[in-house]
Design a protein around this ligand. Structure first.
Ligand code: G6P
Ligand code: MG
Length: 217
């Protein structure tokens, strides 16, 4: 059966969580409160709009619609400044090894991300050519844990959902993959990603025999 592989972006392919954190922290400080790295964990896999809602809850701040929209734009301007100079050195270890392995075997590859900045990031780090399709925050209306992003990616790859494998670092992302009835692979702390079918700290722990086994089943 034809298999498809779907990769989340932030925290799976590149460590952009640190830049999202800096941009959200700057906004929080500007609004008069602090934002910690622990709180930033809640933002993983979560849409920009939902992140701002959570940030305002943390700071106990209300916002008019106009303020809300302005802060969304300001946060993204700051984030874009942080990622401006990203290059291949920011690809997480052994990600290209797995992408190359799949590509050599003509296995379709998709990106499934909540980010609206996904494509420029893949271009900057030089990985865009590996992807047969990109489904990101610009194409979906329902955020993870809703399975929409992964179901659309499977459809665009022409692969049945149950024949797709998803790499995810966020709890919401693992849940979305499970709800899509795909094979979820948690990248990160297995005590956090408890619902993933398989867990690895990072791609250095994933050998190509395991990937081949996923392709064969
Ligand atoms: C990813 C990140 C989230 C981020 C979201 C939207 O899922 O893990 O932290 O909020 O994308 O990103 P964007 O680049 O559109 O602001
Ligand atoms: Mg992620």
């Amino acid at each position: 059966m034809k298999k498809g592989f779907i990769f989340d972006l932030d925290g799976v392919i590149v460590d952009t969580a640190k830049y999202h954190y800096l941009a959200w922290k700057k906004l929080a400080n500007q609004l008069g409160f602090d934002f910690t790295k622990e709180q930033n964990e809640l933002f993983k896999g979560v849409s920009r709009k939902r992140c701002l809602e959570i940030l305002l809850e943390i700071g106990n701040r209300k916002a008019t619609q106009e303020e809300f929209d302005t802060w969304m734009v300001e946060k993204n301007i700051d984030y874009l400044a942080y990622i401006k100079n990203m290059d291949a050195s920011e690809i997480l270890p052994d990600v290209p090894k797995i992408l190359q392995f799949l590509k050599e075997r003509n296995i379709p590859i998709a990106l499934g991300s909540a980010s609206k900045n996904a494509q420029p990031i893949l271009e900057k780090v030089g990985l865009l050519h590996y992807f047969d399709t990109i489904v990101d925050g610009n194409n979906v209306t329902k955020a993870k844990p809703d399975p929409e992003v992964f179901l659309l990616a499977a459809k665009q790859l022409g692969v049945k959902p149950e024949d797709c494998v998803v790499f995810e670092d966020a709890v919401a992302g693992v849940e979305a993959a499970n709800r899509a009835e795909m094979i979820s692979i948690g990248i990160g702390d297995k005590n956090v990603l408890t619902k993933a079918k398989y867990n690895f700290n990072d791609f250095t722990q994933i050998d190509t025999y395991f990937v081949q086994e996923l392709i064969n089943r």
